[in-house]
Design a binder for this molecule. Structure first.
Ligand code: UD1
Length: 369
């Protein structure tokens, strides 16, 4: 008997997580996984290039939801995914991460009586102003299997009253992808062409609504990048949200004037991995990059007041620095005055084998082949 599973993806960080899971499910006897792409991210730079770099099979269904307010985007995904679920009747729906597609498809599945497995369950920033925190809390409340990437997530779930037997520590699938891609990524970032030396530049990625949506946040980002550019060259792949806000808030000239700032369109996965691996320092407000820099042993300054990934601080290379320009630049100076770590930290379950554990667990949960 073959067990039918839907794997859901919508936005860029989902692609990085689903790649090793699709591969592991393809080799697990008795499992048949279909890939459903909601289309939350749709530009080639945000979507198709990731499928190519990560060798993800083409989606079996593409919902094409595109952009919209949170309510519109979530509702559209629910309407469209319900039709697909009714049509295909999978036994289990696997969702990853914390984007709107994660919550929308979980809600549809659970109300149709279909089991839901949530990969990267239990992460908490304890900041309910973040849309992702709401998506995480609600998805975890309704999922049947909560697959966690760090022990701290297990504790968060238990504290929220989730039954212990639903929680399974499996490790970090994003790190599976990173480990599988390192050799392929070597040489992909055009450092020479950009006039950069290994360990002689910083990388910045900034796209969270709290940092880019309103003028005060964006002005702080501008001040941070200006100060950093005084110290070393800064490569900044610009997320579409950030690009739109810079334009709408009339800040294009100010950003263009920042000394030694090299804005680029969003980079491909392998190019970005190679760029990050050789950086002296990474500044980010992303979630996944805090994890990736930890495994690469590259210092990371997170431009947020909190993180849902505290293990990257206690065991990795991450530091929470907020967004006050003076504080961020002081932290950058400390990093630049300290030699780069010679060894990358080892974190439990971030070993490249998480997807295999997930496939085995799902097979058991569905009653084997
Ligand atoms: C989403 C996720 C966030 C994740 C991020 C990674 C939610 C709530 N947020 O945020 O957790 O860290 O993805 O990138 O799900 N746009 C394009 N082209 C695209 C995709 C988006 O131009 O391919 C534009 C949209 O039109 C919109 C903006 O970028 O104006 C934001 O896109 P959206 O999907 O709403 O959320 P993100 O900010 O990308």
């Amino acid at each position: 008997m073959t067990h039918r599973i839907h794997c859901i993806v919508g936005a860029r960080p989902n692609f990085v997580k689903i790649a090793p899971i699709m591969r592991a499910l393809a080799t697990q006897p008795g499992m048949s996984a279909r890939l459903i792409h909601t289309g939350q991210h749709y530009d080639a730079e945000m979507s198709r290039h990731f499928f190519e770099d990560l060798a993800i099979p083409d989606p079996d269904r593409y919902l094409g939801v595109g952009a919209g307010s949170h309510a519109v985007q979530t509702a559209r995904i629910m309407e469209l995914y319900e039709e697909v679920l009714d049509d295909e009747r999978p036994e289990l729906v696997l969702v990853v991460g914390d984007v709107n597609s994660t919550l929308a498809c979980s809600l549809v599945a659970v109300k149709a009586g279909t089991q839901v497995a949530h990969v990267e369950a239990g992460l908490r920033s304890f900041d309910r102003t973040m849309p992702e925190e709401i998506n995480r809390l609600l998805t975890d409340q309704i999922a049947d299997l909560l697959l966690t990437s760090c022990r701290n997530a297990d504790e968060n779930l238990l504290r929220e009253g989730i039954a212990a037997e639903k929680i399974h520590f499996v490790g970090n699938v994003m790190i599976d992808t990173l480990r599988q891609s390192l050799a392929l990524a070597a040489g992909r970032a055009p450092l020479q062409q950009w006039g950069l030396e290994p360990a002689g530049y910083a990388v910045a990625t900034i796209h969270r609504p709290a940092n880019v949506d309103a003028a005060p946040g964006l002005e702080r980002v501008l001040a941070i990048l200006s100060g950093l550019g005084e110290r070393l060259p800064v490569v900044m792949p610009v997320h579409p949200r950030t690009e739109k806000r810079i334009e709408a808030l009339g800040q294009r000239e100010q950003f263009a004037a920042v000394r030694r700032l090299r804005p680029t369109p969003p980079l491909r996965y392998l190019e970005f991995l190679d760029l990050m691996r050789q950086a002296r320092l990474v500044l980010t407000d992303s979630g996944g990059i805090q994890e990736e820099t930890s495994v690469l042993g590259v210092p990371c300054l997170t431009l947020r007041p909190n993180t849902e990934r505290p293990i990257t601080i206690t065991a990795g290379t991450n530091r929470l620095v907020g967004t006050d320009p003076a504080a961020v630049l002081a932290a950058a100076d400390e990093v630049l005055a300290t030699p780069l770590p010679t060894e990358a930290p080892q974190i439990e379950g971030w070993d490249g084998a998480a997807a295999g554990r997930i496939a085995a667990l799902l097979s058991t949960a569905l009653g084997g082949s």
